[in-house]
Design a protein around this ligand. Structure first.
Ligand code: GDP
Ligand code: MG
Length: 154
C-alpha cells in the first residue's frame, strides 16, 4: 500500500437522528477502508469551537455550533490508501445541493446546514491528524490487519 493514512470522519447529529450510521459505515467498509477508531459521543460547546475554529466569526458559525452539539455524533477514524481524499470524494461537496448522486451528501442531504457527515479536509495539510487528536487518545485507535488487505492493494 502506498500513501496509507488515517482520516477523521463523523456522522453528524442529523445523520444519527435519521438512522444513517450503518449505511455510512457500510460504504467505507465496502470500499476497503479500515475502521481503526469509533466513538458514539456528544460534542461539548468547547470541543465544537476547537473543531470548527477556522469558521469562527462567519455568519453560520453559531448555528453550526448549536447543530453539532444538538445530539450525539458517531466519530470515527478510517485508514487506507489516500484515505483523506477518498473519504472527501465519497462525501460529496459541502452543499448537498451541489453534491453528485452516489455521494453520501448527494444521496442523503438537501440543505447546506444539514449535510450529514464530516470528513477531514485533504486540502488542509495535517487536518486529519489534528482532528483525530482532538477526538481520540492514541490507545483508543486499533492496529490490526483486515484479512482482505492483500487483495485490496497491489
Ligand atoms: P466541509 O469541510 O465540507 O464540512 O465544509 P466547511 O469546512 O466549509 O464547513 C464546515 C461545515 O459548516 C459544513 O459541513 C456545514 O455543516 C457548515 N457550513 C459551511 N458553510 C455554511 C453556510 O454557508 N451555511 C450554513 N448553514 N452552514 C455552513
Ligand atoms: Mg471543512
Amino acid at each position: 500500500m502506498s500513501d496509507a493514512e488515517r482520516t477523521f470522519v463523523m456522522v453528524k447529529p442529523d445523520g444519527v437522528q435519521r438512522g444513517l450510521i450503518g449505511e455510512i459505515i457500510s460504504r467505507f467498509e465496502e470500499r476497503g477502508l479500515k475502521l481503526v477508531g469509533a466513538k458514539f459521543t456528544q460534542i461539548s460547546e468547547e470541543l465544537a469551537h476547537e473543531h470548527y475554529g477556522e469558521h469562527e466569526g462567519k455568519p453560520f458559525f453559531d448555528g453550526l455550533v448549536e447543530f453539532i452539539t444538538a445530539g450525539p455524533v458517531m466519530a470515527m477514524v478510517w485508514e487506507g490508501q489516500d484515505a483523506t481524499r477518498q473519504v472527501r470524494t465519497m462525501m460529496g461537496a459541502t452543499d448537498p445541493a451541489e453534491s453528485a448522486p452516489g455521494t453520501i451528501r448527494g444521496d442523503f442531504g438537501l440543505d447546506l446546514g444539514r449535510n450529514v457527515i464530516h470528513g477531514s479536509d485533504h486540502a488542509d495539510e495535517g487536518a486529519n491528524v489534528r482532528e483525530i487528536d482532538l477526538f481520540f487518545d492514541e490507545d483508543e485507535l486499533q492496529d490490526y490487519e483486515r484479512i482482505d488487505e492483500t487483495w485490496l492493494y497491489e
